[in-house]
Design a protein around this ligand. Structure first.
Ligand SMILES: [Zn+2]
Length: 315
């Protein structure tokens, strides 16, 4: 029988996969929106949505294959930014069911019995655009997507790239109610000292682990070295293992989030971190209490291979 993510974590850090949207944008299959609007504000319309799952499935299938070859034990279905709310703004709202179902099916086809399939659920962007009054609607959209992912048979959920703990709490309550094991990771910007509604990494970790996440941590925005600082704070406040999916971009002390730097999204190549930092990250993961390790934006399969090398050295 295939092990679930909890059983796998008991055997040591589980190696996830990397960032799909930035890599597929580089390959020409995802729209960044940068030619028509200021990307990264959350106020735009169609950037970085996952319609590639129905429009160019072969491109997505290939990237899944590459992550699997790199050593990923988990393939994330490309359902990031796949709520009806976000897809409607990019013109794909009517395909919400089709995009989520196709993304899970593709990941499952490639994973076979060699990897688990996770459904990726992200923030809606409603809170950034309309404030906390929209929290109820954000919850409804996230609940709908979680239902779709459960219906298509994902093995577990990864809630990621939430800026506000309030939206994460709403999402995590829906996820836990679905009965699926759930990994929960916040993203911190512009600094790692607190999330967008003012909670420290330690407070976020405590809340997420109390709500029933099987691993809690951070994803995106910082590279491994910077992220490790906030992960240690989370580790000390959490009852469950730490989950980490750093990005592969260099940030600055004044701005510790790559999506707030002027290089996002069209000059990311100039702040790309090398794979070496990810080998080091893999080496340290076990000792740092990391139970789930992968990469986010800027991490293509070479970076996952680098983490795998680091993990193997520390074993
Ligand atoms: Zn990312």
């Amino acid at each position: 029988m295939k092990l679930n993510v909890l059983d796998l974590m008991k055997k040591g850090p589980v190696l996830g996969d990397g960032g799909y949207l930035i890599e597929l944008e580089r390959r020409g299959y995802v729209e960044s929106g940068s030619r028509r609007e200021k990307v990264g504000t959350g106020r735009g319309s169609g950037q970085f949505t996952p319609e590639v799952a129905i429009e160019n499935p072969e491109a997505l299938r290939e990237l899944h294959r590459e992550f699997l070859r790199a050593g990923s034990q988990v393939l994330q279905a490309l359902t990031f930014f796949g709520t009806r709310e976000k897809l409607t703004r990019s013109g794909y709202g009517a395909q919400t069911e089709a995009i989520n179902a196709a993304a899970v099916k593709l990941a499952r086809e490639v994973a076979g019995d060699r990897a688990l399939v996770a459904g990726s659920v992200s923030r809606t962007q409603l809170i950034e655009r309309e404030g906390m009054e929209s929290l109820g609607r954000a919850r409804d959209h996230i609940a709908e997507q979680i239902r779709l992912l459960k219906d298509t048979g994902v093995d577990f959920l990864i809630l990621e790239t939430f800026f506000h703990l309030a939206e994460m709490k709403a999402a995590l309550e829906c996820a836990v109610a679905s009965g699926l094991p759930t990994v929960a990771t916040m993203s911190f910007r512009p600094l790692i000292s607190s999330c967008s509604d003012g909670h420290t990494p330690a407070q976020c970790a405590e809340v997420m682990s109390d709500l029933g996440a099987v691993a809690v941590g951070a994803n995106c925005e910082q590279g491994p070295e910077v992220m490790l600082r906030l992960l240690r704070e989370m580790r000390d406040a959490s009852k469950v293992p730490i989950a980490a999916q750093p990005c592969a971009f260099r940030t600055t002390p004044e701005c510790q989030s790559f999506t707030r730097l002027p290089q996002f999204p069209d000059e990311l190549e100039t702040i790309q971190l090398s794979r070496t930092e990810f080998v080091q990250f893999g080496k340290r993961a076990r000792a740092e209490g990391v139970g789930y390790i992968g990469g986010c934006c800027g991490c293509n399969p070479a970076y996952i291979r680098a983490i795998a090398d680091g993990l193997a050295e520390s074993a």
